[in-house]
Design a protein around this ligand. Structure first.
Ligand SMILES: [Fe+2]
Length: 344
């Protein structure tokens, strides 16, 4: 399907508010600026906190986001059942690989077990796909085998059900580091440290994804997590390969939610007649970039800001929130198993 076919029906925030969704009084007031004040913890809900693009060389912003997220969790008595790390887990050098001191300082201690007493499901970003000095992909896979760690990455692509008992969401974690056709060593004297999936691995993953999506499932929701966004208003824009390979499968199998990072901002995009909500959380600690497309044109939400995100899951609805480093809700919405969306 041509790229243009997918982009022909963007929904602006104002257009989104006009859609036949159920909205709060916010839409009746016509305000595009006031955002939700939903209670942070829903009774009986299962909680996920998430960050993307977080393992920056200079950890100042990462530390601020982590402190804000931890304070938010404590204040609202949120005991996450899972913590998602949406890629670009390690920028720069990971000296020592699996034995790097960064594991303790910037992961184990930064997100301490007294709050994040749960599996930390991680996917791989482009900065993880570097030999710096050795393959960070291999180091991250190896670290997941460390006894006692919460770091969870059983393979480069994998699936799991959430929560573990009486699951409500089937999650599929993917590797979005697509081969781009450029020679990996343009200068033999100075080989690039960057690499990607090989074309064969890309095909293997797509075959696995196709099979996985076709499996009978009992959960009311189906969600995919990966590093690169399929659609983004940020500087990286829309991803032609993911639109060609993955998006038709998301439509066919009614994927509820696609969680990603890569652009260093927070976003939420909806498209007419598309079952999937695209939710981007890339404000976990790296430097920020300007948005390329105004979320007033295609939205409903996008903001250049450091922050984190919170998913609450019940059988009746998902609640998704973007928050800043002070724990203020910047944007939130709910989605039912039938796909009904409400900004809250
Ligand atoms: Fe990235």
């Amino acid at each position: 399907m041509a790229l243009a076919d997918h982009l022909s029906s963007p929904i602006s925030r104002r257009g989104f508010l006009r859609q036949s969704f159920a909205f709060s009084a916010l839409s009746a007031l016509g305000s595009d600026l006031a955002f939700g004040h939903a209670p942070a913890a829903s009774p009986g809900a299962h909680e996920v906190l998430m960050i993307g693009d977080w393992g920056y060389d200079d950890a100042a912003a990462q530390t601020r986001v982590a402190a804000g997220m931890t304070a938010y969790a404590r204040k609202n008595a949120i005991h996450p059942d899972a913590f998602f790390l949406l890629g670009d887990n390690w920028y720069g050098a990971l000296d020592g690989g699996v034995n790097s001191t960064r594991w303790k300082t910037n992961f184990e201690d930064m997100y301490s077990k007294d709050v994040y007493n749960c599996p930390a499901y991680a996917v791989l970003g482009n900065h993880d796909y570097q030999r710096f000095p050795e393959s960070k992909v291999e180091s991250e896979l190896a670290y997941a085998r460390t006894p006692g760690t919460r770091w969870t990455m059983p393979a480069r692509w994998y699936s799991f059900e959430f929560p573990r008992k009486n699951p409500l969401i089937t999650f599929i974690a993917l590797d979005s580091n697509m081969p781009h056709g450029k020679p990996s060593t343009p200068n033999p004297d100075k080989p690039s440290r960057d690499f990607t999936l090989t074309p064969e691995e890309k095909d293997q993953q797509l075959a696995w994804l196709t099979t996985e999506l076709a499996r009978p499932r009992t959960t009311p929701y189906l969600a995919v997590i990966a590093h690169h966004p399929v659609y983004s208003n940020g500087p990286h824009g829309d991803h032609a390969t993911l639109i060609a390979d993955w998006d038709p499968l998301f439509r066919k199998h009614n994927v509820t939610l696609y969680l990603a990072g890569h652009d260093h901002d927070l976003q939420h995009l909806e498209f007419e007649n598309h079952p999937t909500s695209f939710f981007l959380s890339g404000g976990g600690g790296a430097d920020l970039y300007n948005l390329k497309t105004d979320p007033a044109h295609r939205g409903p939400y996008g903001q250049k800001v450091n922050g984190f995100s919170h998913l609450s899951v019940t059988a009746d609805q998902l609640t998704l929130r973007h928050l800043d480093t002070d724990g203020h809700i910047l944007h939130s919405f709910t989605k039912t198993p039938a796909g009904k969306i409400a900004l809250s």
